[in-house]
Design a protein around this ligand. Structure first.
Ligand SMILES: Cc1ncc(COP(=O)(O)O)c(C=O)c1O
Length: 416
């Protein structure tokens, strides 16, 4: 669900006016609806309740420690892609036995960390990685729990950077090779086969890629079973798409793909195996529940073009520059006036530094506050210090209350 709406002309997060947050903590600021985040997790969980399952929240979407603690307390598992994320997940209270670890380039130290902590599964992405995991576990005198990430060559028909399940992508192992890998793994005393994994992309708009993945994995699991190799779980990854145009609570569902619809299709397919079902949603849980608050610094005009220069930039939210992604930009206080066609740009020295292009906004003036909507996923986690800019503050809202959940970075000082 979405917890941002206007009360009169005042944009609110739950029951808190965003203007008051900006006045208290300054801008740029990420503001999240903690209630909305929990609600979205629970909705996916409820849709799966009739069947043994585990939701492994994908930390890469938003790894704010307070948000992680909240999700861990609800019973969520975690999907991590680095030693850093693994440490964050453990510190936030996710039980190791609910953590899966994917990624095409795990270092030896990261593999050791995962084995030491006895996580649920290392999602292995190549033959060589499998051999290295077996060798490291053998030297440690341990057994490494593994699932292979299958690349099923399924097209999500989305942005090429968000497609991960085509054979041209670097991710996973193609199915024939995976079969041989499992046969090899079954003979290694330092490996324990626990499952099979696939994640075909992010911002998936239809249920088809999920049902195709489910069918592919179910056939594969049956094939392996006939060879005497048993699986405990099937992990279908994340990727539920959200609607970047539906940004206010009264506009309807911000989910482009309702998880219930996907689950209804895949459950009967998976059920036949008796395997536990895992999903790794990220964006759908946090995306619509976060915004980036920014203040207008200047309005300027060049020949035929109007710019609104704001204090947030591509270092705060890189999605528009990186993917040409669309984020709605709305005023924190609505007022009457004439609409102008503007580009909303940041202070960074790149023409690619923009948050929105060719938008109709009502005469944005110096000092006005704007909200860049649907910025809860892949916002702060992709933020950088480019141009030596400090990362902004993160605020969590709950009903009528709010608090800082990560402080603004200190102004970067030249070292002396
Ligand atoms: C392996 C894996 N799982 C889960 C996710 C989460 O995807 P999303 O945020 O679209 O749900 C990703 C993101 O790309 C991923 O790479």
């Amino acid at each position: 669900m979405n917890r941002f709406n206007y009360r009169g002309d005042e944009l609110m997060c739950e029951s808190v006016p965003l203007q008051s947050i900006a006045e208290a903590v300054d801008t740029p600021a990420y503001v999240y609806s903690c209630t909305g985040i929990r609600e979205n997790y629970r909705r996916i969980d409820r849709a799966l309740e009739s069947y043994p399952h585990l939701i492994c929240y994908a930390l890469k979407a938003n790894s704010n420690p307070e948000i992680l603690r909240d999700l861990a307390a609800l019973g969520s598992g975690a999907d991590v892609v680095s030693g850093g994320e693994l440490n964050l997940a453990l510190a936030a209270g996710f039980p190791a036995k609910k953590i899966v670890y994917a990624g095409v380039g795990k270092t030896d130290a990261e593999i050791r960390l995962a084995i030491e902590n006895n996580i649920l599964a290392l999602n292995v992405e190549s033959t060589q990685e499998l051999e290295v995991v077996a060798e490291i576990a053998r030297k440690m005198g341990c057994t490494a729990p593994i699932a292979l990430r299958i690349n099923p060559d399924i097209d999500i028909e989305g942005h090429p950077y968000l497609t991960t399940g085509k054979s041209a992508n670097k991710f996973g192992i193609e199915i024939q090779q995976a079969k041989a890998c499992y046969q090899w793994a079954a003979k290694q005393s330092s490996l324990k086969i626990v499952g099979v994994h696939c994640h075909v992309g992010s911002m998936i708009r239809k249920s088809e890629p999920f049902s195709k993945s489910a069918e592919t994995l179910v056939h594969f699991v049956a094939d392996l079973k006939s060879m005497g190799i048993e699986m405990e779980h099937i992990d279908l990854g994340g990727g539920f798409g959200v609607d970047y145009q539906t940004v206010l609570a009264d506009q309807g569902s911000p989910w482009m793909l309702e998880p219930e619809a996907v689950i209804k299709e895949v459950l009967p397919v998976i059920q036949a195996t008796g395997c536990e079902l895992l999903f790794e949603p990220g964006r759908s849980i946090v995306g619509p529940n976060g915004i980036l608050l920014t203040r207008v610094l200047f309005a300027k005009e060049t020949k035929g073009k109007r710019f609104v220069v704001v204090d947030a930039a591509m270092n705060d939210l890189i999605r528009p520059s990186l993917y040409g992604a669309h984020h709605e930009v709305v005023p924190v206080r609505r007022r009457a006036g004439e609409q102008q066609l503007v580009d909303v740009v940041g202070p960074i020295c790149e023409s690619g530094d923009f948050l929105a292009k060719d938008r109709n906004l009502i005469e944005p003036q110096r000092g006005d506050l704007l909200a860049v909507m649907t910025a809860g996923a892949y916002g702060y986690t992709l933020a950088s210090n480019y141009n030596s800019r400090s990362r902004g503050v993160e605020v969590g809202v709950e009903g009528e209350g709010w608090r800082i959940i990560r402080a603004r970075e200190n102004w970067i000082q030249p070292s002396v």
